[in-house]
Design a protein around this ligand. Structure first.
Ligand code: PMP
Length: 465
């Protein structure tokens, strides 16, 4: 079962995991249980109750609603370094990091000072701004396959733009994506998609036109034969292949080197483009992204998250001869009122300056290794089937024997156990993505103490779930 409702999980008012020393206190109508004070969420609950009357599901993005893990989400008040603080004053070691961008830590003083300085000049120009050149040069210098960049406001927009460009360049309409990979919420990508789409069990959203869905072909991750078969059955019609260079949207899944090399060869053979969606992996897996880590040169790439340093940014980028087809250099249209926004550019630039300093990726790698090994060892010691890993500061694990090489393998994971794990960790001050089908993120601000605290909490939770 992919989806567990909160009632099925038994997260009732004042509920407690069996054997748990932590009581979860929750407002129930006009009264509140006051049997313990460790994880009080009264204010969060009240805000969420109101939010549900104002916004669908009470949220601006679905996974935040905690639907697949049950219970109410906590409402954040502020974030700093490795920590998030909710409106009830609870502190969490945060491994979501605003879904990846907070790689240098939340609200880093250097990034804040830079944004504050830039803000004195205004918040939006709607005209060219020198900071765009600076951030574009940083992306071009970091990623060998990139000669030119178009900035957008989100990863979704970047993926929408890149798909139109793939089609414009090749004059072909069909695109190959992988089951469980997420490339934002554009129609063409909401076919066998990952992230919240899997989490909520909505693989093919209503509202997606048949035309859009029919031109999206779905292959199996780490299975080159499935891609080859689609190319053969659609000879001359496929504009390209888009993938997450390391999957984060069906949980954390690592590609085989042969698979990536095979995709490069197959796309070239069929006159199609290879596109790495590096919205999550860019400047995360390494400074040059997943493509640099695995030594693959795609034709085009998308970015987001880290390159905006916590402000809304996306980008698509690649070889000059392809990128110059984008308007106004070329005829493929795509635009944005706030694209290249100075505040977002500056936040990205300052974040990337920090990342460029020697030793940063080594630190992310070392800390994440310690964390994931600690969690896996604790899980196994408590008798659970667990499998997982990390590359640099991106990690994840599944509640199954593994190995997990594709979305189909990921569905073997015990999502109900994950829900109990998630709630247990939350109650002990560790904030993890509220879905089995999401990756975790380490930042440069996470200390040894944070990691030790997390592993200690994991031991307690594994003992009771
Ligand atoms: N592509 C990938 C690989 C992503 O992980 C995401 C978001 N998690 C997106 C695209 C969409 O980005 P956004 O949420 O900024 O629209």
């Amino acid at each position: 079962m992919l989806f567990a409702s909160s009632s099925a999980l038994g997260f009732l008012a004042g509920s407690q995991l069996p054997g748990s020393s932590v009581t979860h206190v929750r407002a129930v109508g006009p009264t509140m249980q006051t049997t313990a004070v460790k994880h009080v969420t009264t204010k969060s609950d009240a805000i969420m109750a109101e939010a549900r009357t104002l916004m669908p599901g009470g949220v601006s993005s679905p996974v935040r609603a905690f639907k697949s893990v049950g219970g109410e989400p906590v409402v954040f008040d502020h974030v700093k370094g490795s920590k998030a603080y909710d409106v009830d004053g609870n502190e969490y070691v945060d491994y979501v990091g605003t879904w990846g961008p907070a790689i240098v830590g939340h609200a880093d003083d250097r990034v804040l000072a830079a944004i504050t300085e830039t803000m004195q000049k205004g918040t939006s120009f709607g005209a060219p701004c020198a900071l765009e050149n600076e951030l574009a040069k940083m992306v071009i210098d970091a990623v060998p396959s990139v000669d030119m960049v178009r900035f957008t406001n989100s990863g979704t927009e970047a993926c929408m733009g890149v798909l139109r460009l793939m089609r414009a360049h090749t004059k072909r309409e069909k695109v190959i994506k992988f089951e469980g990979c997420y490339h934002g919420h554009a129609d063409s990508f909401l076919v066998a998609a990952g992230s919240g789409v899997i989490t909520l069990g909505l693989p093919d959203s209503p509202g997606v036109t048949k035309g859009a869905a029919d031109s999206t072909l779905v292959a199996k991750y780490n299975d080159l034969a499935s891609v080859e078969a689609l190319f053969e059955a659609n000879e001359g019609e496929v504009c390209g292949v888009i993938l997450e260079g390391v999957v984060g949207n069906s949980g954390f899944i690592v590609p085989d080197q042969d698979f990536l090399e095979g995709l490069r060869a197959l796309t070239t053979k069929h006159g199609a483009l290879l596109v790495f969606d590096e919205v999550m992996t860019g400047f995360r897996i390494s400074y040059g992204g997943a493509q640099k880590h695995f030594g693959i040169e795609p034709d085009l790439s998308t970015f987001g998250k880290v390159i905006g340093g916590g402000l809304p940014v996306g980008a698509y980028a690649g070889k000059k001869e392809i990128m110059e087809q984008v308007a106004p250099a070329g005829s493929m249209y795509q635009a944005g009122t706030l694209s290249g926004n100075p505040l977002a550019m500056r936040a990205g630039i300052e974040t990337m300056k920090i990342l460029k300093q020697p030793g940063t990726y080594e630190q992310l790698d070392r800390q994440t290794d310690k964390l994931i090994n600690g969690i896996l060892e604790a899980g196994k010691a408590a008798g659970h089937a667990v499998t997982g890993g990390h590359i640099s500061g991106m990690f994840g694990f599944f509640f199954c024997e593994g190995p997990v090489k594709s979305f189909a393998d990921a569905t073997a994971s015990d999502t109900e156990k994950f829900a109990r794990w998630h709630r247990g960790m939350l109650e002990r001050g560790v904030y993890l993505a509220p879905s089995q089908y999401e990756a975790g993120f380490m930042s440069l601000a996470h200390s040894d103490e944070d990691i030790e605290k997390t592993i200690a909490a994991a031991k307690e939770v594994f003992a009771i779930i």
